[in-house]
Design a protein around this ligand. Structure first.
Ligand SMILES: C[S@@+](CC[C@H](N)C(=O)[O-])C[C@H]1O[C@@H](n2cnc3c(N)ncnc32)[C@H](O)[C@@H]1O
Length: 265
């Protein structure tokens, strides 16, 4: 039995060889030359455009969640009269979430990777109904340029896996929201069903994933949010499994378990 598997191993690995070689080469470059500039550039120009296939497979799930934002009214009486909603997105990357925002949204973003700025504004051109307020290069855990109680809605998708401190980001989200404001999140998490998926998530995270993509596949974001429930007046979250493209199964299986929720200040 064992011999049969080892006989077949080259055949099984063959289609993956180019990907494995690519990952190995990039890994060696990052180890040798440090990640401070190369990693953010790599994320913005190679990795995230490649993951647009993932975005395509989850976008209907995201639409269903984020479309509830349109029922929200601004806490500012003047803006409410004009139908304007102040939205702050953390970690928008190239701006995949533009398509989910209601018309007359007034959007600010806090993005740690400056290499995304160009792609983000290119994408904004396709969504003229959204008024861009500010693109702030900075950390979600320290949004010093965003005043207290100043936004109606905060949004994040696939970001809390990368922040240095989920708790720090939640603290900041709470600070910038107006009372009654809502935080909409859609985040991949450590698998809650299968041990073998958790094994892959740990394996990838500790070998190359964190270094190359700055992402912790095995983070228990749902539990960290639960533990921070006391910050908010209400949290409503559920665990889901998102669909994926079969072709990239061994990678995408790790980002299919997700937590979807709304936290209200
Ligand atoms: C996997 S991408 C997700 C991009 C986009 N939100 C989406 O749904 O596809 C993670 C994004 O979070 C950003 N990011 C990582 N850590 C961050 C932090 N501490 N503060 C703000 N943005 C951060 C990354 O630069 C990247 O744009």
């Amino acid at each position: 039995m064992f011999e049969k598997i080892t006989d077949k191993l080259p055949e099984i690995l063959k289609p993956w060889t180019p990907y494995l070689l690519l990952v190995l080469t990039i890994f060696i470059i990052f180890q040798k030359y440090g990640g401070s500039h190369i990693q953010p550039w790599f994320m913005a120009t190679i990795y995230i455009p490649w993951t647009s296939i993932h975005h395509d497979s989850v976008k209907e799930f995201q639409r269903k969640h984020f479309e509830k934002i349109k029922n929200h009214k601004s806490a500012d009486p003047e803006l409410r009269k004009k139908g304007i909603l102040r939205i702050l997105e953390i970690g928008p990357g190239p701006g995949y979430n533009f398509e989910f925002y209601p018309s007359k949204s007034q959007l600010s973003v806090v993005e740690v990777n400056p290499f995304f700025e160009k792609q983000f504004f290119e994408k904004q051109a396709d969504h003229p109904h959204i008024k861009m307020d500010r693109f702030i290069v900075g950390f979600a855990e320290n949004m010093k340029d965003v005043p207290d109680n100043s936004v109606d809605i905060v949004v994040s998708s696939f970001v809390l896996c990368s922040v240095r401190s989920v708790e720090g980001a939640l603290k900041e989200v709470h600070r910038v929201l107006v009372p009654g404001g809502k935080y909409y999140y859609f985040e991949h998490i450590r698998d809650y069903k299968y041990a073998w998926v958790r094994f892959l998530q740990h394996l990838y995270t500790y070998t190359f994933y964190d270094l190359l993509f700055g992402c912790n596949l095995n983070r228990v974001t749902n539990q960290i949010i639960e533990a921070n429930k006391w910050r908010f007046s209400k949290i409503d979250q559920k665990l889901i499994t998102t669909p994926m493209k079969k072709r990239y199964y061994p990678f995408y299986i790790c980002v299919t378990p997700a937590v979807v929720g709304i936290a209200e200040k």
